[in-house]
Design a protein. Structure first.
Length: 452
């Protein structure tokens, strides 16, 4: 009965969200997952409900959308769309990455911006949430084309961001190369050297451990979850998806902590290496993806005991732990069931929303250790927050100092999830825990500001 009443409330809430944001299925999915945690919580916390704080949180503070025109190497003008979704700055300036990928739409960036608000709140740092990007595809472009695009994109973007207003960073398709071009153009136009972007190169204001932070953080979070069962990563077979920034450092930290990564993927398919990816093999993957910029099928020419599976994802390979680290909705309901049937005990999401709503239900019903991206991958933005601190202080911390802070932050995020997500039978619902903990801090700040 209680269950049905809540379901009706969630449906009514979602009908309103969908009506206000038609044609944005990923955004609806992200809101629905949070609504299922927050709406029952509001029942016992009427002051948030009376002020309609959660309803307000589903509408971005503002959306900026603009044309980006740049010249390709043949001198032909190319047109893309640029966006910045400034979702919520109740607890700090807007913070979140840029994604450059042909699939980017306003709906994609609204889902990412919405998730970012809760994630950033969980980091314990004073960071609001935002996301931006473009439908520009860096793949197959020359460095100079990428540079011209980044300069054209930043020429408009620069008027909307700033070190105390909105601090972008990287995401899919935006790595060290793109951040360099973007920061250079911002600096040129503003005539100021400030920490307006994070993920910068070490020689111009970047933080040690920022490139590693998302992947390392996701594995540290897995370590915390396993510790609640008196377990650890030693000897565990690990399924990783993706082969970009997050996947690379996830693989590295799994190796460091004694686990055995046996898969990785990209948009063309996945590789299964039953002998395990070693540090040497990882260096080869990094070279393929960031220097040669080719697909991962080349791996098996170098390591013939591995197999390449075009057009597939790694979830049918038996493994103890799963680290989805590529993109949204890469684990379907069927994939989730297969993982459980094959004995998977833990899922730590390095990617944002990699599991479909139905897949999440499968993991929660099976009561495995399942950490949603907004908790497990928050290490990246947390170290971005520490890059901002170092920029403001005009000094930089050592690798060990930043790594220690990252581990401490992941512990605190884990603790918040346990505090708000533990159920009567002792099971920790990390989805509920992350959503409620993230919500409270932002909601309390919004209440303090009155009606706006
Ligand atoms: P990268 O661009 O470095 O790597 C992305 C990886 O995912 C590549 O292997 C890419 O394959 C693959 N991929 C991208 N899109 C698709 C798709 N539609 N289908 C299949 N594979 C795809 O990005 P990151 O590693 O930075 O980001 C990975 C995930 O982690 C994203 O969900 C991102 O939002 C999330 N994240 C990133 C953070 C960061 O600090 N960078 C922080 C927190 C979360 P290919 O090379 O073929 O394109
Ligand atoms: O999804 C994410 O948290 C990121 N892409 C990182 C954002 C950031 O500001 O470092």
């Amino acid at each position: 009965m209680q269950h049905e009443r809540i379901a009706t409330k969630v449906n009514t809430f979602m009908a309103d969200v969908i009506q206000r944001s038609p044609g944005e299925p990923e955004f609806h999915q992200a809101v629905q997952e949070v609504a299922e945690s927050i709406i029952p919580f509001l029942d016992t916390h009427p002051r948030y409900q009376a002020a309609k704080v959660f309803e307000r949180m589903t509408v971005p503070d503002r959306v900026i959308m603009f044309r980006v025109v740049w010249e390709d190497d043949n001198g032909t003008p190319q047109i893309n769309v640029g966006y910045r979704v400034q979702f919520n700055n109740a607890i700090g300036p807007y913070k979140g990455g840029f994604r450059f990928h042909p699939s980017v739409t306003l709906g994609t960036l609204k889902f990412l911006g919405f998730e970012q608000v809760f994630k950033n709140s969980l980091t314990t740092l004073p960071l609001g949430g935002g996301k931006g990007g473009s439908d520009f595809d860096p793949k197959g472009k020359s460095d100079r084309e990428v540079m011209r695009f980044c300069q054209a994109f930043m020429t408009e973007m620069q008027r909307h961001i700033g070190q105390n207003t909105d601090i972008p960073a990287g995401d899919i398709g935006v790595g060290a190369r793109e951040i360099g071009y973007l920061f250079g153009q911002y600096k040129r136009i503003s005539n100021e050297f400030t920490g307006v972007l994070t993920g910068k190169g070490l020689h111009y204001g970047g933080s040690l451990i920022r490139p590693e932070a998302t992947g390392y953080g996701s594995v540290y979070f897995a370590k915390e979850m396993l510790a609640t069962k008196n377990d650890n990563l030693v000897g565990k077979t690990c399924l990783v998806s993706g082969s970009g920034n997050v996947a690379q450092y996830t693989i590295e930290k799994i190796i460091d902590l004694g686990g055995k990564p046996i898969t990785f993927s990209d948009s063309t398919g996945f590789v299964h290496d039953p002998e395990g990816v070693t540090r040497e093999k990882l260096a080869y993957i990094v070279d393929l993806k960031t220097v040669q910029r080719v697909d991962i099928s080349h791996y098996i020419q170098h390591y013939p005991n591995a197999t390449y599976h075009p057009g597939e994802r790694p979830w049918a390979i038996p493994g103890d732990l799963a680290f989805p680290s590529a993109t949204q909705n890469e684990i379907s309901e069927t994939d989730a069931k297969t993982l459980i049937q094959n004995g998977c005990k833990l899922v730590s999401e390095g990617a944002n929303m990699p599991t479909s709503l139905e897949g999440v239900e499968v993991f929660r019903n099976a009561k495995i250790l399942y950490a949603p991206g907004k908790a497990a991958n928050a290490g990246g933005v947390a170290i971005s927050g520490l890059e901002m601190s170092q920029n403001s202080m005009r000094l930089s911390w050592t690798r060990d100092e930043v790594d220690a802070k990252l581990q401490e932050i992941m512990k605190r995020i884990h603790q918040q999830c346990v505090t708000h997500g533990q159920e009567a039978d002792g099971y920790t619902d990390y989805v509920k825990g992350a959503n409620i903990a993230g919500f409270i801090k932002v909601a309390d700040a919004m209440l303090a500001y009155g009606v706006m």
